[in-house]
Design a protein around this ligand. Structure first.
Ligand SMILES: NC(=O)c1ccc[n+]([C@@H]2O[C@H](COP(=O)([O-])OP(=O)(O)OC[C@H]3O[C@@H](n4cnc5c(N)ncnc54)[C@H](OP(=O)(O)O)[C@@H]3O)[C@@H](O)[C@H]2O)c1
Length: 308
């Protein structure tokens, strides 16, 4: 004869099941939200003319991939023709040709101002407009300020400040007259915070951020959106957390981003989200740099800082 189930035992079983079911439900909803968000992002760039500067390095390459599969008409810029062609072949080989456009390749050295102006003209002549400019190229330098020559300081400013602003200025009249367009500056948290041994790089990133912050306020009335995406550290493809014991793995799982930085794929998807949602200022940072920025900017108009 079966034993009667006493109500307390029933409640115990239900309580044990509630938590996993709740977690399963939340994960399912999150998954659906991410998928819908990804598809929505893609539709936001379909048929759009998108220029990516330095499409051949880590983040630029990933941006090229997400925008290409999203159906954008891509203009891929880079300093090295062979690497551009390799990227082109990789994009073409995996994408569905019925849903994507053949990218245009353009040689571009951002520190050569006349080359930048020629490229802007070439792109406008070819497509008639640019819908989205992703200003991603950048030159890095690390070392004590007194050991870095003035020539190198100037070179960094050319590549990271004068180059991007020249390209922007050349494309802006077209965006203003069409009353549409978006400029995304991929910057660095060092554009807001100073750290040792990065004087030239951080100064160029501060300058670029200053320019694009002002521009945002200036072109808002023409429906041109200016966005800045500032990661702390982008992980290299080759750096992978090694195998270890489980405590080390758990530690690595939770502090992966702190230790290894954001993966280029995650940053590229954030760039895509930034375009879709027309976000103004995005920081991909852990709580400590975020708090430092918050502390530095206390007193500024709140609407100005759209933290992620
Ligand atoms: N990596 C990070 O941890 C990190 C963190 C925060 C923000 N960011 C920002 O994210 C963006 C992409 O960084 P990344 O790490 O993917 O790139 P990256 O590995 O630093 O490579 C930089 C790329 O820019 C190119 N470049 C340099 N000077 C140029 C110029 N004058 N004209 C055209 N291209 C030029 C380089 O070409 P060559 O190799 O031929 O010189 C290289 O392909 C940059 O704006 C960077 O500041 C990076």
């Amino acid at each position: 004869m079966p034993l009667p189930i006493i109500p307390q035992a029933k409640m115990g079983v239900t309580a044990v099941l509630v938590l996993p079911l709740l977690l399963l439900g939340i994960s399912g909803l999150l998954f659906i939200y991410q998928e819908v968000s990804r598809l929505w992002s893609k539709s936001a760039v379909q048929n759009k003319v998108v220029v990516i500067t330095d499409a051949i390095s880590g983040l630029g390459k990933e941006c090229a991939r997400v925008f290409h599969t999203g159906g954008a008409r891509l203009v891929l810029c880079g300093k090295n023709w062979e690497r551009l062609q390799t990227l082109y072949d990789a994009l073409i080989s995996v994408a569905d040709p019925s849903k994507t456009f053949t990218p245009k390749l353009v040689l571009l050295d951002l520190s050569d101002i006349s080359c930048v102006q020629d490229v802007a003209k070439e792109v406008l002549d070819c497509y008639g407009c640019v819908d989205i400019l992703i200003s991603n190229a950048s030159m890095k330098v690390k070392g004590p300020a007194h050991k870095i020559s003035l020539e190198l300081d100037k070179k960094i400013m050319d590549a990271n400040y004068f180059g991007p602003i020249t390209l922007t200025k050349a494309l802006l009249p077209n965006m203003i007259s069409r009353r549409t367009g978006q400029i995304v500056l991929v910057n660095n948290i060092q554009g807001r915070l100073g750290i040792p041994f990065r004087t030239a790089y951080a100064a160029s990133k501060h300058a670029a951020l200053g320019f694009f912050d002002c521009l945002r306020a200036e072109v808002e009335e023409f429906d041109v959106v200016v966005s800045t995406v500032s990661p702390t550290f982008i992980r290299s493809y080759h750096v992978d957390p090694g195998q270890g014991n489980w405590e080390a793995s758990v530690w690595k799982f939770f502090f992966r981003k702190l230790t290894y930085g954001a993966h280029p794929v995650d940053v590229a998807e954030e760039v895509m989200r930034t375009v879709r949602r027309k976000k103004q200022e995005v920081f991909l940072a852990n709580p400590i740099p975020r708090a430092a920025i918050g502390h530095k900017t206390t007193g500024s108009p709140k609407s100005h800082y759209q933290h992620r």
